[in-house]
Design a binder for this molecule. Structure first.
Ligand SMILES: N[C@@H](CCC(=O)N[C@@H](CS)C(=O)NCC(=O)O)C(=O)O
Length: 217
């Protein structure tokens, strides 16, 4: 499929990788535009004109300019997916997917970010007590995966893309998930997702190599 959808992104960013995984699954080829965050390209006037919040991913599809990775994933699945399996139309099934998307943003990756960002970007010593809430969130996710292949059941959804992009960031920075068996099995299964290596692993490994030594895990 070839449609003129622009994606402003960087592959080190977990939110961007969730969008790339979504596109791989539906066979959508973006017009990709790399934004170099460390060079401050997100603050250039032409990018601010699109997204005054200056964050990636940012997607442009005709007259729709959208940022926030999770709604971008949901939109792409709804607009370009072959069926509604990645983002169900059924309100109850969709609510389940949304719950995991919000869990990722508000709890799972948020808790990791509280631990990781100060040592990664502010030169602070890592506060390992902040890993306790991360472990709690991993435990919840592990229990919700019991008896399931993917987070909402037997088929993959955009919630898996969002969560695995977050989790890969964590593991590539040295966070060990071996104690959570269901989480480990699911993470392994996700490696078979279309385009997984290029869309997710390469960028996560790059970010991990930059941050890992600062976290002392
Ligand atoms: N909740 C947003 C987070 C977006 C975000 O914070 N992106 C970061 C990269 S991971 C960014 O663009 N930072 C540069 C900036 O905000 O200036 C999403 O999921 O898209």
């Amino acid at each position: 499929m070839s449609v003129p959808v622009d994606l402003y992104y960087t592959d080190i960013s977990a939110p961007c990788r969730a969008v790339l995984l979504t596109a791989e699954s539906i066979g959508l080829k973006f017009n990709k535009k790399v934004i170099n965050l460390s060079a401050g390209e997100q603050h250039k006037p032409e990018f601010l004109a699109l997204n005054p919040q200056h964050c990636v991913p940012t997607m442009v599809d005709g007259d729709l300019i959208l940022w926030e990775s999770r709604p971008i994933c949901s939109y792409l699945a709804s607009q370009y997916g072959n069926d509604d399996s990645l983002y169900p139309k059924d309100p109850k099934k969709r609510a389940e997917v949304d719950r995991f998307l919000y869990f990722d943003m508000g709890t799972f990756y948020h808790r990791w970010g509280k631990f990781m960002y100060p040592p990664a970007f502010k030169g602070q010593q890592p506060d390992h007590s902040l890993l306790e809430p991360v472990r709690e969130a991993c435990g919840w996710l592990d229990s919700w995966l019991e008896g399931k292949d993917y987070v909402t059941g037997s088929n993959v959804t955009v919630a898996d893309f969002s969560l695995i992009a977050s989790l890969t960031t964590m593991t590539e920075m040295g966070f060990n998930i071996d104690q959570w068996k269901n989480l480990s099995v699911w993470a392994k299964l996700c490696k078979d997702l279309p385009g997984y290596h290029e869309a997710n692993h390469v960028g996560a490994a790059k970010f991990g190599a930059f941050v890992k030594s600062k976290l002392q895990l």
